[in-house]
Design a protein around this ligand. Structure first.
Ligand SMILES: [Mn+2]
Length: 426
């Protein structure tokens, strides 16, 4: 299904005068404090986040999977779902493909469909965390780090295939996340596992097209419980440096132990020009993959504050690949993604409100109280009118979730696809 401009505009008309009042109030207030509202709205309008191809259906837990009705059962339908979210939010202008779950059959048709929906192909993701049907070698005891050369070679060849598939679609990066690790002390030789991983990554790196990047994702634990080969940003950073200038670290919000200072990690990586990708989600305990901003919105703001600082002050760091990496077990996946995109825009807008010059001055004067006030004043500002204005500028919906419900998208999808369709994924 597709949302038409008429549907959007009719709906927006009803909400417009209320929005205009709220926007003018905020805008006047911000102008008095020297904020360039127009500039912030443009920055918000330009900010696009990739939706992964596995996020459109119901995700599994370790114990079961409860299907959601009207799930997309082909890559075409997944693109259509992202098209719906993008039409409403104007923030989801990219897809991140997971291979082998979503290998296109007709590349030109897929590219045309994506273009018609204003969707670009962002990083492609390889999968060596599960065995594929008829695979010769198993990843049960690791992929790029496996003590078996045959398993490592198979995993390297798969990553090269993923690059080739992405290249045909116009992607410019590959994300490598390894489940490799061990569950028991003594099971794995740490040095051997790390050396194998390094050599395997270098082999993959050799096959990167000139204008491509490789993102190396880290995670402290899970699926194994004692050790993970690429467990933290330091290990990822070291591996990226060993590979070369086209290799970068990828930060996933859920891949940290509780209370890790993620904003400091982001800041360090950007200073070194090595932050390439960023995955959004939220968590209470571990890699919970729940709606962005649903648990720790202030932490998200502080992280965005460092990202904004880096984007403004670190030309050595490339533009980032942004993606939502979450799983949807209870909510309609599309509603969850709309909520996540809203939370991302809100955190970004608040970070853009931080007066970096004033903050620098306060830091220089060791005025700790004022430093905190500057951050909290930005955080406590209700920026939703700015986010809405940015959407309006791009002909999106003033209130995406309300509109999604008022035009009964899910009901329509169930009618088109049936109740029992299942999207590929975990
Ligand atoms: Mn991730």
């Amino acid at each position: 299904m597709k949302i038409s401009q008429d549907q959007l505009q009719n709906y927006n008309k009803e909400q417009l005068s209320l929005h205009q009042n709220q926007f003018e109030n905020l805008s006047d207030n911000l102008s008095k404090h020297g904020v360039d509202t127009e500039k912030i709205i443009n920055q918000l309008a330009d900010f696009q986040v990739a939706i992964p191809s596995w996020a459109l259906g119901a995700g599994g837990t370790r114990f079961g999977r409860f299907s959601y009705q009207g799930e997309p059962s082909s890559l075409e339908q997944k693109l259509e779902d992202i098209g719906v979210i993008h039409a409403l939010t104007q923030t989801a202008g990219a897809i991140s493909l997971h291979i082998p779950w979503d290998i296109p059959e007709d590349y030109n048709a897929i590219k045309e469909l994506a273009t018609s929906l204003d969707i670009k192909f962002d990083a492609v993701n390889s999968n060596t965390f599960q065995d594929q049907k008829n695979a010769k070698e198993s990843y049960k005891f690791g992929s790029l780090s496996n003590t078996s050369k045959a398993s490592r070679d198979q995993a390297i060849a798969h990553n090269i295939d993923v690059i080739n598939i992405g290249d045909k679609l116009g992607s410019k990066s590959i994300t490598v996340w390894l489940a490799d690790g061990s569950s028991f002390p003594g099971q794995s030789n740490f040095q051997t596992a790390l050396s194998h991983t390094q050599d395997s990554l270098k082999d993959i790196y050799k096959h990167l097209p000139e204008d491509w990047k490789m993102f190396i994702e880290y995670k402290p634990y899970e699926p194994y419980f004692y050790s993970t080969v690429i467990q933290d940003w330091g290990t990822s950073f070291m591996l990226a440096n060993e590979c070369g200038e086209k290799a970068y670290t990828l930060v996933d919000l859920g891949h940290h132990l509780p209370n890790t200072n993620i904003e400091q990690i982001v800041s360090t990586l950007m200073l070194k020009g090595k932050l390439g990708g960023f995955h959004f989600n939220d968590s209470k305990y571990g890699d919970d993959d729940i709606t962005v901003g649903s648990i720790k919105p202030y932490a998200l703001f502080l992280i965005f504050n460092e990202l904004v600082y880096g984007m403004q002050n670190n030309p050595q760091n490339p533009d980032l690949s942004w993606m939502i990496d979450a799983s949807h077990n209870l909510k309609d996946p599309l509603e969850d993604l709309i909520q996540s995109l809203e939370a991302i825009q809100i955190a970004y807008a608040k970070a853009l409100l931080v007066n970096q010059d004033d903050l620098k001055q306060a830091q220089q004067n060791h005025d700790v109280t004022l430093c905190q006030e500057i951050l909290q004043n930005a955080y406590l500002t209700d920026v939703r009118p700015l986010v809405k204005e940015a959407r309006l500028k791009r002909n999106g919906a003033l209130n995406p979730l309300q509109q999604y419900r008022s035009i009964a998208v899910r009901k329509q999808l169930i009618k088109e696809r049936g109740k029992n369709t299942v999207a590929t994924g975990l």
